[in-house]
Design a protein around this ligand. Structure first.
Ligand SMILES: [Zn+2]
Length: 444
């Protein structure tokens, strides 16, 4: 018998998540994501790049922008399914480039599949794989020995799931990414009951998002983020001023809160930017929420300047724009540097996000903040809570599932060590907690 976990990407690094679970002559791939920094660094340097369609898988593998699937090349024919946990690019973003290599269907929840379809459509990429959507809290068979279960969990994007891989030799649970939110503003609470049942049945191994294993806290609920936004939007006088909010485009729960608060503020919400419209449309198509019916949409980059020229009373609107990391091509940066919008002194700019701590983002944000301050804009930063579990959530989650083995992932070595320390504190022996590097497998 063979039960193997092979880390393909995202181990001892952040990004390009991909794990292979092998059961004898069958295997499944869990997630197929992009390494965002490496992807952006690589594509920014390509002067004649017009579409993602022009990018070659080999080049992306060479620059570590996608998982190095050559390390598992002898197993390609055994792969029966590609299962995606959620719609973030570091989990699904490599699908357009790599999945043609496999003769396997791609499985995800409806929202994840809708986002993927839009991406493929926009980039005119066709895949030979079928795209199959499943409800949250459902189970399906992908081969003789492997069944997949999608279990509802909370994160910062709708319809995120924890994946349980059921095999004759035990259950592998893949929780990457997640938080334990008892008061989500969209969707249900985590399916605690099912996790407890799996814990009773016996979980062979838990692969665990460890990004904040060293933060001694419970991650605040998304409803706290809504309160923080309420405080800043309704508790600060913005009369006569423009209010501009930026956040993660895929964070539909956050967008919902912003639109609701906009109504309380008696301002019309306008979602501005291509990526916002992509995720808002996917949420509608997945039957989650129709934000476009409550707000105005400016979908295309080239329409933004024209739109702002038409706006006579900015104090009647709540502008939600792309560019929370001050990305140079996004709407907020263009409003500032290309003067798409005529700012007034003391207009409000609200960052409902944190700075993702990589050099490029830090530099871009510092530059943008400086410019906004020079224009005497009122800045509200870090109006945000994380979508990732903190240490005390990890403890509760491990206690629910009682896995025999724990494999920390989605973090640098320092955080993985922090997770190991927590596991030791909880009574795990050293040989039961596996800190892995890409390509180094564990056998059970
Ligand atoms: Zn995520």
């Amino acid at each position: 018998m063979t039960l193997q976990i092979i880390p393909v990407g995202g181990y001892s690094e952040i990004g390009r998540n991909c794990t292979l679970v092998r059961v004898d002559d069958e295997a499944v791939l869990l997630d197929l994501g992009l390494h965002m920094d490496n992807y952006i660094a690589y594509t920014e340097d390509l002067e004649d790049l017009h579409s993602a369609k022009d990018l070659s898988a080999e080049a992306l593998i060479r620059v570590n922008a996608v998982p190095n699937i050559h390390k598992i090349q002898d197993l390609w024919p055994k792969i029966k399914a590609i299962c995606i946990t959620h719609a973030h690019l570091d989990h699904v973003g490599a699908v357009p480039f790599l999945s043609n290599k496999f003769r396997a269907d791609i499985h995800g929840t409806k929202y994840t599949i809708e986002v993927l379809k839009t991406t493929l459509g926009n980039e005119k990429i066709s895949l030979r794989n079928n795209l199959v959507d499943h409800p949250v809290n459902s189970k399906f068979k992908v081969s003789n020995k492997i069944s997949i279960e999608f279990i509802n969990i909370t994160h910062s994007v709708p319809q995120t799931v924890v994946i349980a891989v059921h095999t004759p030799y035990g259950i592998i649970v893949y929780a990457n990414d997640f938080k334990l939110d008892n008061a989500p503003v969209l969707g249900d609470k985590p399916n605690f009951q099912r996790f407890e049942e799996l814990g009773r049945k016996g979980v062979k191994a838990l692969i665990l998002d460890s990004l904040y294993a060293d933060t001694a806290m419970k991650t605040p609920s998304e409803s706290i983020a809504k309160e923080m936004l309420k405080d800043v939007l309704l508790g600060v006088n913005s009369k006569g001023k423009a209010v501009i909010v930026t956040t993660f485009s895929s964070h539909i729960a956050r967008l919902k809160s912003i639109e609701e608060l906009g109504r309380k503020l008696k301002r019309k919400t306008v979602f501005i930017g291509r990526s916002l419209s992509k995720y808002v449309d996917a949420a509608k198509d997945a039957g989650i929420i129709d934000l476009a019916s409550k707000a105005e949409m400016v979908r295309y980059g080239n329409k933004v300047s024209k739109y702002f020229k038409k706006v006579k009373h900015p104090e009647k609107y709540l502008f939600v724009v792309t560019g929370h990391q001050a990305e140079p091509g996004a709407v907020l940066s263009r409003m500032v540097y290309q003067h798409l919008y005529k700012f007034d002194e003391e207009d409000h700019v609200i960052f409902s996000c944190s700075v993702i701590p990589v050099e490029n983002n830090i530099r871009n944000r510092e530059k943008l903040d400086k410019e906004l301050k020079r224009m005497k804009i009122r800045l509200f930063t870090d109006v945000h809570v994380s979508g990732h579990a903190f240490r005390e959530d990890h403890r509760d989650f491990i206690r629910l599932l009682k896995p025999e083995h724990i494999i920390p992932t989605h973090a640098n070595v320092k955080k993985l060590e922090a997770m190991k320390e927590l596991c030791t504190e909880m009574g795990y022996r050293h040989d039961k907690v596996h800190i892995l590097h890409n390509g180094i497998q564990v056998n059970f």
